[in-house]
Design a protein. Structure first.
Ligand code: VAH
Length: 320
């Protein structure tokens, strides 16, 4: 029997691609996209779409009852960079939305939840290379704090009330379908757009700032894999470390120059440098690999080829 899925935050970077992928697996009629506004017309016009306020329990519950939803992917959040500009907005959205969805599951209105955490749960006191699943976590961003606290509540609701909530600590996610958002890792999205449009990019991080990254297709696969795994396979109910590759702005620029030789990068670090410096450089995801056979596919070269090809089509330019 197919799940009946509601995606909250379906207009966003990951939510939009999850919507299309889940529809291709379970059928359009079983996947309801929702967001606070009609901000992504590809999503709004491609299937079932509802306006849902992630901070309003009644709004979510009304959609759950209207479509007989049993599974929620909660993809709405304010990310790290924007969260530092609007700390209480980030706390309110990221936490209220999670409590509403957890409480709907506790009250048995829904059966299963996916909630994304992030490598932002780690902080400056965390070991930076091959960061383990269990280690010191002192996040210094509001976004990271909401993800750390959110992980604690997910584990609590699973252990106390039997709520089937599953979570992944996403690294920076790279995709071409949506514009870069309010994330610190979004330089790695913007650089490809600017490479195709302007053949140059002024990076807001320094050249050797190494961060964990992943192509969207890998992130979507991991999300669907963990949600499809048998309940007893999912041992960690806070959130699983998830890894693919790590690279620096200098390395991604060199990868782009292989295809656009005239591409030039410059560096003007801003407030986001301190956020990036607080995060790990690489992640150990052995629990995910051993737990449910997770493995990534896309290398940096694969990502560069895919991003430039798709963005060349999107902007109608010809990349050599
Ligand atoms: C951000 N893209 O930059 C998000 C991500 C690991 C960072 O969670 O805020």
């Amino acid at each position: 029997m197919n799940p009946k899925i509601l995606i909250i935050g379906a207009c966003g970077q990951i939510g939009s691609e999850l919507t299309f992928k889940l529809r291709s697996i379970y059928g359009d009629e079983n996947v309801i996209a929702s967001d606070i506004s009609y901000s992504n017309l590809d999503i709004v016009n491609s299937g079932f779409f509802e306006i849902v306020d992630a901070q309003d329990y009644a709004s979510i519950k009304g959609c759950v009852e209207k479509y007989n939803i049993d599974t929620i992917y909660l993809m709405a959040a304010i990310l790290s960079a924007t969260g530092e500009k609007f700390p209480m907005k980030a706390w309110d959205l990221n936490m209220n939305s999670l409590f509403h969805v957890l409480n709907l599951a506790k009250a048995k209105f829904i059966k299963q939840i996916f909630w994304p955490s992030s490598i932002a749960v780690f902080g400056p006191s965390t070991p930076t290379e091959s960061t383990p699943q269990y280690t010191t976590m002192e996040p210094t961003t509001v976004y990271g704090i909401t993800k750390q606290v959110g992980e604690r509540w997910c584990e609590y609701y699973n252990q106390k009330y039997g709520v089937d909530v599953r979570s992944l600590r996403y690294p920076g996610i790279i995709s071409w379908k949506t514009q870069p958002g309010g994330g610190t890792t979004d330089y790695a999205v913007d650089i490809y757009h600017k490479a195709v449009i302007d053949k140059k990019y002024d990076c807001f991080l320094t050249e050797n700032t190494k961060l964990p990254m992943m192509f969207m297709d890998d992130a979507i696969k991991a999300t669907i894999d963990i949600m499809s795994a048998d309940n007893d396979v999912v041992k960690i109910r806070s959130s699983y470390n998830l890894a693919a590759i790590s690279f620096t702005p200098k390395e991604v620029a060199a990868s782009i120059k292989q295809h656009i030789p005239e591409f030039e990068i410059s560096y003007t670090p801003d407030y986001r440098q301190a956020i990036a410096d607080s995060w790990p450089k690489s992640i150990n995801d052995e629990e995910a690999r051993e737990g449910w056979n997770w493995k990534y596919t896309f290398s940096l070269e694969d990502i560069t080829k895919k991003m430039l090809f798709q963005l060349e089509k999107k902007y109608n330019t010809t990349v050599k």
